[in-house]
Design a protein around this ligand. Structure first.
Ligand SMILES: Cc1ncc(COP(=O)(O)O)c(C=O)c1O
Length: 360
């Protein structure tokens, strides 16, 4: 089979080395003589996986004992509800920085629980723009401020951490661990694993212990962060295989040099593709404003839908998979998460130049 480069937005590319390791130990996990799919989540071997995954996550993020890492289910979408259920009093207000569809969805869920305030609304500008600090208008003493660090659909990304006195919460589903960030500025971070952390099925929640202590009561046991924190993510049956895979990804990321190394290769990859867009004299048109560009999801359009269709079909024939843009925006999107090799981004840039030569 010729080389396939996977540009899907999620579930997405996973490191070859991680897939190979999983294959290697699929039938005999940690010398148990059983597959990881068969062992009890109460088995010691799995206990060790959860503990190691939490430790690896904290080590990569540079976080200490004042943080917990939880491995939950229900996707990032469940966090949209769980967050306000735990931290937004009925008579309180939570601020949401609206930079795309996912933050809109998050705010919509919070509104069912308490008051909300949009600290920025980017919809009028088709979510091309990430606000600067001076564009953010917070309410008085919000319960928390919520942001989406990377907007998977529109291809924009925050390149700074906003200043606020309120607890800062982030949906980092599509750029978590893509580079060093002052993670200790956040009270709570959540991310579906299926982009930068591994397979679908597990949601990683990183939260500061002192913030957790402020949670209100939640009648549904499973939707309380404290339930999972007290039981080290083993209150009920966790998605064993997904957690195991996330741990393999974290180990691999560490072996590559951690987040500084990831940031370097992610910048190289994005540069290949943005350069192909910027040097095309309008043949390819980037959706995001330049300063707001995402290093993870590169969104662009072409003169008409037929040409875009042809681009996707020809790209696929050459082994570049998953370039169709999200249905709500149209156009094209190249997702270049951590596990996309630099060669993949380079090869796509070459393909873009060649396609333009033939069709421009
Ligand atoms: C930024 C962001 N938040 C939330 C979600 C929803 O995640 P899930 O499908 O895990 O609920 C996605 C999915 O693509 C996303 O990109």
């Amino acid at each position: 089979m010729s080389t396939i480069y996977n540009f899907y937005a999620g579930p997405a590319v996973i490191y070859d080395e991680v897939l190979a390791r999983a294959k290697e130990e699929f039938l005999d996990f940690a010398g148990t003589g059983m597959s990881v799919l068969e062992i009890s989540h109460r088995a010691k071997a799995f206990d060790e996986v959860v503990a190691e995954a939490e430790a690896n996550m904290k080590e990569l993020m540079g976080l200490g004992d004042d943080y917990r890492v939880l491995f939950l289910q229900g996707g990032a979408s469940t966090q949209f509800s769980m967050l306000p259920m735990n931290f937004l009093p009925q008579d309180g207000t939570a601020d949401y920085i609206l930079t795309g569809s996912w933050s809109e969805k998050a705010m919509k869920e919070a509104k069912k629980i308490g008051g909300v305030h949009a600290a920025f609304e980017g919809g009028e500008n088709h979510y091309r723009h990430i606000p600067g600090q001076e564009e953010l208008t917070f309410s008085d003493a919000p319960a928390y401020v919520h942001m989406t660090t990377n907007n998977t659909i529109y291809g924009t990304e925050f390149h700074y951490v906003p200043e606020t006195d309120a607890p800062l919460v982030a949906d980092m589903s599509s750029d978590i661990l893509s580079g060093p960030v002052a993670f200790d500025r956040f009270s709570l971070i959540y991310a579906g694993a299926q982009k930068n952390l591994g397979p679908a099925g597990v949601t990683v929640v990183v939260l500061r212990k002192s913030f957790l202590e402020k949670a209100g009561d939640v009648p549904a046991t499973m939707l309380k962060y404290a339930t999972h924190a007290e039981k080290n993510s083993l209150y009920n049956t966790p998605p064993v295989f997904s957690v195991y895979m996330v741990n393999l990804v974290l180990r691999h990321l560490k072996s590559l040099g951690g987040l500084p190394a990831a940031a370097k290769t992610n910048a190289e990859k994005a540069k290949y593709i943005y350069d192909a867009i910027d040097s095309s004299d309008g043949f390819y048109r980037g959706h995001a404003e330049k300063e707001s560009r995402s290093l993870m999801n590169i969104t662009f359009t072409m003169a008409d839908a037929d040409l875009e269709k042809r681009f996707v079909a020809e790209a696929e024939a050459e082994g570049f998979i998953g370039l169709k843009g999200h249905r709500s925006v149209g156009g094209l999107r190249a997702s270049v998460y951590n596990a996309m090799p630099v060669a993949g981004a380079g090869a796509l840039a070459d393909f873009m130049a060649e396609f333009m030569r033939k069709n421009g």
